[in-house]
Design a binder for this molecule. Structure first.
Ligand code: 4AD
Ligand code: MG
Length: 461
């Protein structure tokens, strides 16, 4: 029995082959008197291969009745194609029908809207665009590990179920086995002692606190996994479940953090250009005409470094009318971020040293006692793609911050311990993987770069 050859390998063939076996899904079938032509795709690459089916083939009639979406197995001969735009085609010697696709197959050969395709998320990866997205997603996942492994960062598997709120924003999903119809109470409140873990448990919003403990043991580390936020925001850049990459560097400060962030984003863009050229070309042609220029611009230039205070100043003096006027102390809105990256600098901007009151408790307090050593990397069209900081390594200052935020110090005992025993400066960040995919593909809705998006009131599939 011959082994199946994937279309991606077949197309790289140096010479004709007398016998090949391939399997895939029909994209189109054109029937003529003596021959039929099938465009076959097997998901290994964007390109289809053309199959020529001679009318003398066994059960020809049945084959010509096949439609878009059907799965077949083709035995045949690889020959040079006389048609233009393709080097090879396959002359079928036999075809087995693996699975037909009746007329109501929802992915007919025409342009469908992204909104419609979201309603058939189980079938959309069979379209050119979504096939391309998910191949790039896979390649980039690998590139992320490659980047860190080449630099001797250790990959740490931080837990998904957690007992602490890393970001302190309280936007967490509960994990419980309590009977929701009969919740045990103690003095009016839920009695979590009776719950599975004997305390309140949630899905993690970030692996940072856990990964920090490993940073202060193994040196440079990273975590890459799913994160969950019960934030009720329905934007094109937020999801309830997304993937985040969080590196943490030992003996490092905010400058090192910004440098790593820039190097990381540029590396991943370069990797996509080098390794995903065919798929990327689809986005440059059909999704965002400026995609290549945008990516090259990001590759070729250092990111702008701008303090929050200078950013506010610049925005106030810009003469631009904003829906939300900016004042020192308030968070940058998406319109402000877009003004900086798209209108003013026309490239990525790293805003650093934010007011302490709009940032998380673990960020290192600056000498002015008003700002913390935080940094966000903002990119055109998307806004924040990376959020990070130098961490507060001073025990007393950290303890103060936890108190000031009204957190229960007991919940953070182990985190504080790392500052008690051999504390050291360290810094890290989180990169939202889907936002990175939006950047490299030009796709404008985050729901279209993850296999099965989870957003408020949406949990199909
Ligand atoms: O800025 P965030 O909240 O930072 C943290 O979670 C830190 N603990 C990271 C660290 O320092 N180790 O999130 C980091 C990134 C954001 O910049 C954004 O790209 C992405 O995660 N992100 C989201 N992506 C999709 N949907 C959401 N709801 C997201 N929230 C954050
Ligand atoms: Mg952030």
């Amino acid at each position: 029995m011959t082994a199946r050859i994937k279309i991606i390998d077949l197309l790289k063939s140096e010479q004709a082959q007398a016998s090949v076996l391939l399997k895939g899904w029909i994209r189109t079938l054109r029937e003529s008197k003596e021959f039929s032509f099938i465009e076959l795709n097997d998901g290994s690459c964007l390109s289809n291969i053309q199959i020529i089916v001679d009318s003398t083939i066994d059960h020809y009639k049945e084959i010509t009745k096949l439609t878009t979406g059907a799965a077949i197995s083709v035995q045949g001969e690889l020959v040079e194609s006389p048609g233009k735009g393709q080097k090879w085609e396959v002359r079928a010697t036999s075809i087995d029908i693996l699975g037909v696709a009746p007329d109501d197959f929802p992915l007919q050969k025409k342009r469908h809207t992204d909104e419609y395709l979201r309603t058939i998320a189980h079938l959309r990866p069979r379209s050119n665009k979504y096939g391309a997205i998910f191949r790039i997603r896979s390649k980039l996942s690998f590139a992320i590990h490659k980047f860190f492994q080449e630099r001797d960062f250790q990959w740490i598997h931080t837990p998904i179920i957690t007992g602490s709120d890393c970001e302190g924003a309280g936007e967490m999903f509960n994990v419980t086995t309590l009977d929701l119809n009969d919740i045990p109470k103690k003095q009016g409140a839920v009695d979590y002692e009776q719950d599975f873990f004997g305390k309140q448990a949630s899905l993690t919003v970030s692996g940072q606190l856990s990964v920090e403990t490993f940073c202060l043991s193994l040196g440079n580390v990273y975590t890459f996994g799913p994160t969950f936020r019960a934030e009720n925001s329905n934007t094109s850049r937020h999801m309830s479940e997304f993937w985040m990459i969080e590196p943490e560097m030992a003996f490092a400060d905010l400058k090192d953090d910004m440098a790593l962030g820039q190097e990381f984003v540029q590396y991943l863009i370069k990797y996509t250009l080098d390794e995903c050229a065919e798929d990327l070309a689809l986005f440059a042609q059909f999704v965002d005409k400026n995609l290549m220029a945008t990516l090259e611009n990001i590759l070729d230039n250092d990111f702008i470094r701008l303090s929050y205070t200078d950013a506010v100043d610049l925005l106030q003096k810009s003469g631009q009318k904003f829906e939300f006027p900016i004042a020192w102390g308030s968070d940058l809105q998406s319109e402000h971020e877009r003004f900086l990256t798209e209108k003013h600098f026309k490239q990525p901007v790293i805003v650093h040293d934010y007011p302490k009151d709009i940032k998380a408790f673990y960020m290192r307090m600056n000498d002015d006692e008003k700002t913390v050593a935080a940094m966000d990397i903002l990119v055109p069209a998307i806004g924040e793609i990376i959020g990070g900081s130098q961490r507060e390594e001073r025990y007393d200052v950290l303890q103060q911050r936890i108190k000031a935020m009204d957190f229960d110090e007991a919940d953070y005992w182990w985190y504080l311990d790392t500052r008690k025993y051999g504390t050291a400066p360290h810094a890290g960040f989180g990169l939202g993987f889907e936002r990175l995919l939006m950047l490299v593909t030009g796709v404008s809705n985050i729901r279209d770069v993850i296999p099965f998006p989870r957003t408020p009131k949406h949990l199909e599939f």
